[in-house]
Design a protein around this ligand. Sequence first.
Ligand SMILES: Cc1ncc(COP(=O)(O)O)c(C=O)c1O
Length: 399
Amino acid sequence: MDLSNGINLVSIPGPTVLPDRVRAALAEPMPDIYAGELIEMSNRVVDRLPALARTDSKALIMLGNGHAAWQMSVSNLLLPGDKILVLESGRFAVGWGGYFAASGAEIEMVPGDERSAVDPTAVEEYLRRPESQDIKAILVVQTDTASSVRNDLPAVRTAIDAAGHDALLLVDCIASIGCEPYEMDDWGIDLTIGASQKGLMCPPGVALVWVGPRAIEAYERVKATDRRVAYFDWEKRLNPSVFYETYAGTPPVAHIRALNAALDLIDEEGGLEAVWNRHRVMGEAVRAAVDVWSTPGGLEFNITNPEHRSNAVTTVRTGSINSRRLQKICKRQAGVVIGIGLSMDSDNSFRIGHMGHIHPASILGTLGTIEAALRAMDAPIGGSGVAAAAAVIGEGLAE
Ligand SMILES: Cc1ncc(COP(=O)(O)O)c(C=O)c1O
């Protein structure tokens, strides 16, 4: 039976649900872009971005998606032949490395797999080798949106320091900024990349790049060559002498307003800690449900170590249960869109996005719908995951 009439719930790991105030901001008419209110708002948004990554360093807003921000990091930091070390933990760090490779980097890898986090001991060992001494930069994601792993960045930093290595540490926080605790300065991170469409509750189309002092130093090497790519170049974007240089052209008016509204919402919720806490409780609720649903040969967590499961997205392996059918029932008959498996076998995995503008009703609605669809399929499950999730949320409400 089709029961899908009502509000459609999109529970994929980005783009995420837009708050009403963000949607209202997006619908505003176009302003004067040469003077007045928009420029003031843009300056205010840029000034508020360092706090989002817990850094004193400046952030750039760039029209483009996460891949465009990857390209910006390549264009400003790489000279051909540089050695770049990728810490594999799913799909996205490897993808980022591919962008460096396409521009002439020599890529090396601390191999990982799609079910576990980066191993800091392996990183330390790799960096201690005499052949590793000339590695220029290390690429890692905080959360891999495909595998749903959350890497332990302070442990990665400790490993790099223990090896006495001075490579830059570049971190992709596209799936985690505004969801997971992140401390760019305290964790010694030189470059952070984010994007608008996940924890930041805005549509896709804008990327954020926080540039630390050691990254600026490394950029000076590229600046002195003819390898600079004008559109991505940091010089004017970081120190604009006129407003349009901030964006290398026409500003992303709607996104500036949307980000401004989203940052207001974060402040009004009580700041980043409150937002991180909400994500923690919602993440725990999802994990409680998956835990109860799990059976031998049926559902199971993709990430094997509970400590490395993300608070923004959960990837579930479905064993003998056809996940495509599960998604179809959720979407077509019950109005909930869940994420397909990325990288791994997409007939036997799905992802639940729990990032951004989420709350108990949306999470319990998503989990309840998945459970109902599993029951409709006569799939083996260990019990009511929804009851377990409600118990976790109840504890959160009582905190
Ligand atoms: C961790 C991570 N990095 C990079 C990207 C690429 O971002 P985009 O699709 O905005 O180009 C994504 C997209 O989902 C992602 O999750």
